[in-house]
Design a protein around this ligand. Sequence first.
Ligand SMILES: Nc1ncnc2c1ncn2[C@@H]1O[C@H](COP(=O)(O)OP(=O)(O)OP(=O)(O)O)[C@@H](O)[C@H]1O
Ligand SMILES: O=c1[nH]cc([C@@H]2O[C@H](CO)[C@@H](O)[C@H]2O)c(=O)[nH]1
Length: 301
Amino acid sequence: MDQSTENKQEILCIGSVLWDVVGRATIAMRAGSDVPGRIQRIPGGVAMNIAMALGRFGLQPSALTAIGIDPEGEELMAACTRLGVDTTHAYRSPDLPTDQYMAIEGANGLIAAIADAHSLEAAGARILSPLRDGPLGTSEAPYEGTIALDGNLTHALLEEIATDPAFARADLRVAPASPGKAERLLPFLRHGRATLYVNLEEAGLLCQQIFDTSEEAASALVARGAKRALVTNGANPCSDGNADGVITAAPPEVLVTRITGAGDTFMAAHMAAEISGMARGAALTRALEAAAIYVSGELPS
Ligand SMILES: Nc1ncnc2c1ncn2[C@@H]1O[C@H](COP(=O)(O)OP(=O)(O)OP(=O)(O)O)[C@@H](O)[C@H]1O
Ligand SMILES: O=c1[nH]cc([C@@H]2O[C@H](CO)[C@@H](O)[C@H]2O)c(=O)[nH]1
């Protein structure tokens, strides 16, 4: 281990590490538009986005995911190394192509996106082997560190994680992959083992209820069985609820230049703050500050 990594805290990120292919146009678009613009390919997937943000906050992220042994996978492995995300424990299969996500963004925001995470889903429990069969942990000697988990895994695998003894001692923090996959996190309401990081819409989908405030949503998630729930609501106040009650704080007012990634930045900053020993209130404030810096266009650290 070299000098730069020996004092950093390792943190596992479980879920999608894939290529994002994003087409952007500066004019407003709708279904069927065919316009000039730019197309970029960048590392993505919720677990990867959280891992990259955790790295920026001084932690040492390691990904448990599926990455193909195809040219796209080799390039993605190199990109992870370059971006400070360890892939020693990633599952590599010659039969599964590297996953990808495709989005189209116009001046009026996201028009549509497709997430092809079929290889991650097909790899299933094989990505968890380092936590179940070693070297990171076993049922008898469970992993005791912090884990960020995304909701790209199948509902069945998330259900297993919610009760698996190999996860019993971890500080498990879970984020949905998209509103469309929010309901995959229901096992963590039935088995109160995880801290959930959701936005107001995702909280509503999990509780089958419409919420006006993050405070209402956080207390409803805890009432439904979540051990702890952090609910963000864009520029509006954000809440942290657990059995002791709900605390709420407002994001600083900033000029917004980008939004995508705000939720991942919030989660990573909040995890890093708590790992460094901050209390609930201070960690919430720190995470809101980091997300504000991010949406205003800088990379917080
Ligand atoms: N307009 C804003 N002004 C200030 N802070 C913001 C704004 N939008 C988002 N944030 C910050 O980012 C956090 C997460 O935002 P949001 O609730 O929109 O999450 P999300 O929907 O998961 O984001 P994402 O766009 O990454 O999916 C907020 O709690 C807040 O701290
Ligand atoms: O179903 C999914 N949708 C979107 C993402 C990721 O979220 C980011 C966009 O919000 C992007 O990086 C994409 O890969 C994912 O991992 N799964």
